[in-house]
Design a protein around this ligand. Structure first.
Ligand SMILES: NC(=O)c1ccc[n+]([C@@H]2O[C@H](COP(=O)([O-])OP(=O)(O)OC[C@H]3O[C@@H](n4cnc5c(N)ncnc54)[C@H](O)[C@@H]3O)[C@@H](O)[C@H]2O)c1
Length: 259
C-alpha cells in the first residue's frame, strides 16, 4: 500500500465530489492536507473528517480561478504545511455549449477555473518541489480532454489545455524529481453528473433513473464511475513507486476514449 507519511498535499475544490474522495484517500495514506472550496459547508465536513483521523488540515474558502483568492490559499497552504509535495489540481466547472452558444464570460470562467488556476498553483508550488527534488502534480482532466464533448467547447478546450500544461511540466521538471500526470475520468458520481442528469430530465422529459441509465450506457461498462476509483489512482500517482510515471493522461473511463 502507498504510504504518503511526511508528505504535504494540496487538493483544490475538495469540499465535495472527486476532490473530496482524493483528499480523504491522501490522508488515509498518511499525507497532511490543505484543501479549498467555494462551498464552506462541504469544506468543513471534509476538514472535520480529516482532523478526526489525527492529521493536520488547512481548509480555506476560495473560489479557484480568482487570482487573488488563489494567491491567498497558496500562501496559507505553504505557511501552514511548511511545504507542498503533492498538488492535485482538481477544480473544474462545466459550461455547456458550442462556440456560438457560449458567451465570452462563460469561456473566461471555465478557462480561469479549469486551466489558469492549474498554472497558478503549479507556479506557486514547483519552486519548493524543485528545491527538495521531489514533487507530484496530478491534474484532474477528463475524457473531454482526450476527445471533445459535443456542445462543450469551453470545457473540452480547457481539459485539452490542462493535458498540454501537464505534459509541459512533465518535460521541463523531469530531471528535478517532479512528476506531472493527468487523470481523465468519464461520468463520475458527483454533483457535476447530477446536474447533467437534471438537465436531461428537464430537456428530454425523462426520469432521473432514465437519465442515469442513459449516461451509464454512454460508457463501455454501462455504469457511472465512482469518485473512489479516481482517488485510488491519485494516491498511486502520488507515491514513491510512481516516480517513473510522468507526462501521462491516464483514463478512468471504462475504455470510453477508445471509441
Ligand atoms: N463528475 C464527472 O463526471 C467528471 C468527469 C470527468 C472529469 N471531472 C472533473 O473532475 C473534477 C471534479 O469534478 P466533480 O465532479 O467532483 O465536481 P463537482 O461539480 O461535483 O464539484 C466538486 C467541488 O468543487 C467545488 N467547486 C466548484 N467550482 C469551484 C471553484 N471555482 N473553486 C473552488 N471550488 C469549486 C464545488 O463546490 C464542489 O465542492 C473537475 O475538474 C471535473 O471537470 C468530473
Amino acid at each position: 500500500m502507498t504510504s504518503l507519511q511526511g508528505k504535504a498535499a494540496v487538493v483544490t475544490a475538495a469540499g465535495g465530489g472527486i476532490g473530496r474522495a482524493i483528499a480523504l484517500a491522501l490522508v488515509a495514506a498518511g499525507a497532511d492536507l490543505a484543501i479549498c472550496d467555494v462551498n464552506s459547508a462541504g469544506l468543513a465536513e471534509v476538514a472535520s473528517q480529516v482532523r478526526q483521523s489525527g492529521r493536520a488540515c488547512l481548509a480555506q474558502v476560495c473560489r479557484v480561478g480568482d487570482p487573488a483568492q488563489d494567491q491567498a490559499f497558496a500562501q496559507a497552504a505553504l505557511s501552514t504545511l511548511g511545504k507542498v509535495d503533492i498538488l492535485v489540481n482538481n477544480a473544474g466547472v462545466g459550461g455547456g455549449g458550442s462556440v456560438s452558444e457560449t458567451p465570452f464570460e462563460t469561456w473566461r470562467e471555465v478557462l480561469a477555473t479549469n486551466l489558469d488556476a492549474a498554472f497558478f498553483f503549479a507556479h506557486a508550488f514547483l519552486p519548493g518541489m524543485v528545491a527538495r527534488h521531489w514533487g507530484r502534480l496530478i491534474h484532474i482532466a477528463s475524457l473531454g480532454g482526450k476527445r471533445p464533448f459535443a456542445h462543450a467547447a469551453a470545457y473540452s478546450a480547457s481539459k485539452h489545455g490542462l493535458i498540454g500544461l501537464m505534459r509541459s511540466i512533465a518535460l521541463d521538471y523531469a530531471a528535478a524529481g517532479v512528476t506531472s500526470n493527468a487523470i481523465c475520468p468519464a461520468w463520475t458520481r458527483t454533483d457535476m453528473a447530477e446536474r447533467f442528469a437534471a438537465y436531461l430530465v428537464a430537456s428530454e422529459a425523462i426520469t432521473r433513473d432514465e437519465a442515469y441509465a442513459r449516461m451509464a450506457a454512454s460508457l463501455p461498462q454501462n455504469r457511472i464511475v465512482e469518485p473512489e476509483e479516481v482517488a485510488s489512482l491519485a494516491v498511486m500517482l502520488a507515491g514513491e513507486q510512481a516516480q517513473g510515471i510522468n507526462g501521462q493522461a491516464i483514463s478512468v473511463d471504462e475504455g470510453a476514449a477508445l471509441s
